[in-house]
Design a binder for this molecule. Structure first.
Ligand code: NAD
Ligand code: UDP
Length: 313
């Protein structure tokens, strides 16, 4: 098949492109390089079947494809809050453009949605039926509400125009190719630990997250895309929940770092707890994460250690 991956030069997108190319598909990787990088796809460029398109999905584009994975959107709070209006445009106009394209060429389109659509959840763990608890006017809203509208657009194009859609709600995912400056907790803690710098825990560290290794996530995304009937939304994540303070201690232990934990102010609207209920993914896709957190973290630590050693003068 001919497959378009928007945000294909980003962290998750680059792993997805690699997987799809490995399966023998033609892959069109579209990116504006806001948070993605050419380094992420360096191993794919020049391979038969791989094509890179520098494009911003806030602008329409005409292509002929069979599948569209719509991942283009900055995912780290520091990056999506850098230009919040642009973030909303990317989610909303990007979804409209990808759905319009899917409608025209009769492609199937999968939207990379997020656990953030549950906001600061009052139901725990989060199931797909939960409508969420999102602040519409806060600093995270540009991302959360943009992603919620993208889900609405997916459902409306499906009901109104019969567009073939899939929606996955991705929970915190980590792994190699996260950028050193990404700003999310996994890369921050590992890079700080490897450099012997203070580990910055925001708030008292009692807030929780559940971390999924990127290979597991990509497997779930591909299964969902090729699932014959079920359109979602479906949660994809690893239910293995940890507090952020506990997570900081684990990174110190795994890296053997002399780093100290320091506490910084909690950003506003930071969700208190987050854990996916993945029963539906199990039933519909036969999917559950396979990579133990220790194994995934070790691979990620090795990746950053090599990267930092390479960049050291
Ligand atoms: P990322 O920032 O590494 O990747 C996003 C990619 O989209 C980057 O390559 C960036 O340059 C590109 N992009 C941004 N705006 C664009 C635009 N206007 N036009 C074209 N390209 C644009 O983040 P990621 O972690 O790889 O996330 C990928 C997708 O998965 C995002 O949609 C994100 O919301 C979703 N997601 C990720 C996580 C996670 O934990 N990683 C969790 C939930 C949802
Ligand atoms: N966090 C932290 N220190 C950091 C970066 C993040 O304590 O250096 C916290 C953050 O406040 C949040 C959790 O870790 O409670 C996950 O943050 P991240 O930005 O990775 O993702 P999200 O909040 O979108 O789940």
């Amino acid at each position: 098949m001919r497959i378009l991956v928007t945000g294909g030069a980003g962290f998750i997108g680059s792993h997805l492109c690699e997987r799809l190319l490995g399966e023998g598909h033609e892959v069109l990787c579209l990116d504006n390089f806001f948070t993605g990088s050419k380094d992420n796809i360096a191993g794919l460029r020049g391979k038969p079947g791989f094509e890179l398109i520098r494009h911003d999905i806030t602008q329409p584009i005409l292509l002929e494809v069979d599948r569209i994975y719509n991942l283009a959107c900055p995912a780290s709070p520091i990056h999506y809050q850098y230009n919040p209006v642009k973030t909303i445009k990317t989610s909303v106009l990007g979804a409209i453009h990808m759905l319009g394209l899917a409608k025209r060429v009769r492609a199937r389109v999968l939207q990379a949605s997020t656990s953030e659509i549950y906001g600061d959840p009052q139901v725990h763990p989060q199931r797909e039926e939960y409508w969420g608890n999102v602040n519409p006017i806060g600093v995270r809203s540009c991302y959360d509400e943009g992603k919620r509208v993208a889900e609405t657009l997916m459902m409306d194009y499906h009901r109104q125009n019969g567009v073939d859609i899939r929606i996955v709600r991705i929970f915190n995912t980590y792994g190699p190719r996260m950028s050193v400056n990404d700003g999310r907790v996994v890369s921050n803690f590992i890079v700080q630990a490897l450099r012997g710098e203070d580990i910055t825990v925001y708030g008292d560290g009692s807030q929780t997250r559940s971390f999924c290794y990127v290979d597991d996530l990509v497997e779930g995304m591909v299964r969902m895309m090729e699932c014959p009937e079920f359109i979602g939304p479906v949660n994809l994540g690893n239910p293995c929940e940890t507090s952020i303070l506990e997570f900081a201690r684990r990174i110190i232990e795994l890296t053997g770092s002399p780093s100290q934990i320091v506490f910084k102010p909690l950003p506003s609207d930071d969700p208190r707890q987050r854990q996916p209920d993945i029963t539906l993914a199990g039933e519909k896709l036969g999917w559950k994460p396979q990579v133990p957190v220790e194994t995934g973290l070790q691979k990620t630590i090795d990746y950053f250690a090599a990267l930092l050693a390479h960049n050291r003068p």
